[in-house]
Design a binder for this molecule. Sequence first.
Ligand code: UD1
Length: 355
Amino acid sequence: MTSKILVTGGAGYIGSHATLALLQAGFEVVVLDNLCNSSVESLLRIEGICGKSPQFIQGDIRDRGLLDELFSSYRISAVMHFAGLKVVNESVSNPLSYYENNVAGTVTLCQAMASAGIFRLVFSSTANVYGEPAQVPVREDFPTGALTNPYGRSKFMVEQILQDLAMADSRWSIALLRYFNPVGAHSSGLIGEDPNGIPSNLLPYISQVAIGKLKQLSVYGGDYPTVDGTGVRDYIHVVDLAEGHLKALEKISTKAGVNIWNLGTGQGYSVLEMIRAFEQVSGRKVPYQIVDRRPGDIGESWADPMRAEKELGWRAKRGLQQMMADAWRWQSSNPSGYSTCLPQATPDSTKSRTN
Ligand code: UD1
């Protein structure tokens, strides 16, 4: 029988790429998404890419009744959990909504999973949990928890809750995937990142400057002890990231307890290197100005991806050129993200409900 996977937040940026990868690998997928920062259009486009679509349930991970109903209606074997809030500034001004959605929401999800007898979970964590690393590349056994904002703390708290859970009940198999900086889009240009309002992450901001929606990029800090003074990060193509999730899912079906894997490339690029690479690929100028550092930012961080390579047989394959080309294809063919689309009929297999 085909294995059915629940993907929470499956209409969002990373969730939609993971949903596509799962469908392409032959899984059946149920997407649960409250659409607070995503569009059901992404799911229609997935069908356009692979000819298959997930079941869609519009709803919230905090809704226990809905989760119980979902788990009794579908034979779910594992959950990939992407649903959550992710804007650092917003988390500083509205911490309770971050703790409610990210922490309490995950607790409710795990309670519903346990009572339905489902114990396999792949969780979207972040390299943010390492705070300012004492050295690079960053390994999974480096210290975590010295965080500067409620978003990062909410992810760190969930990591700890999941570790306690696996300690208390050996039936759980959990993957904590610590993402570095996901960028790019599917090579079809049909699905990609569609941030609400002005983007806070680098590549969506660069793309919107290139398309003329924003005037210029502020480069946060030119005085870091890095190659050119600007911040260095490990940018990873979102399709590589999605493939990492599939490998993790496969692994936890035979490996109990909590498993932590960095998902990064092992290669860092500075902000100025990113601007230059984007200009080269797009043929557009990206005007920028170096301004003060952004509070809470760190100088440099990139992954040691060896554990994932050894244990999962996974490594990122797509380089900087492809990240930029795919990001630009998505941005230039969807200048206003998913909202440019005309309303379309919902496919038969896409079921929608609100609670
Ligand atoms: C940010 C978040 C982090 C989150 C991650 C992924 C902060 C402090 N950190 O990390 O919690 O997990 O996104 O969503 O917000 N940059 C500019 N100008 C811009 C935007 C960014 O110069 O307009 C620089 C940053 O200073 C940094 C690099 O670009 O050096 C990457 O920034 P960003 O995409 O925001 O990612 P992180 O800072 O790594």
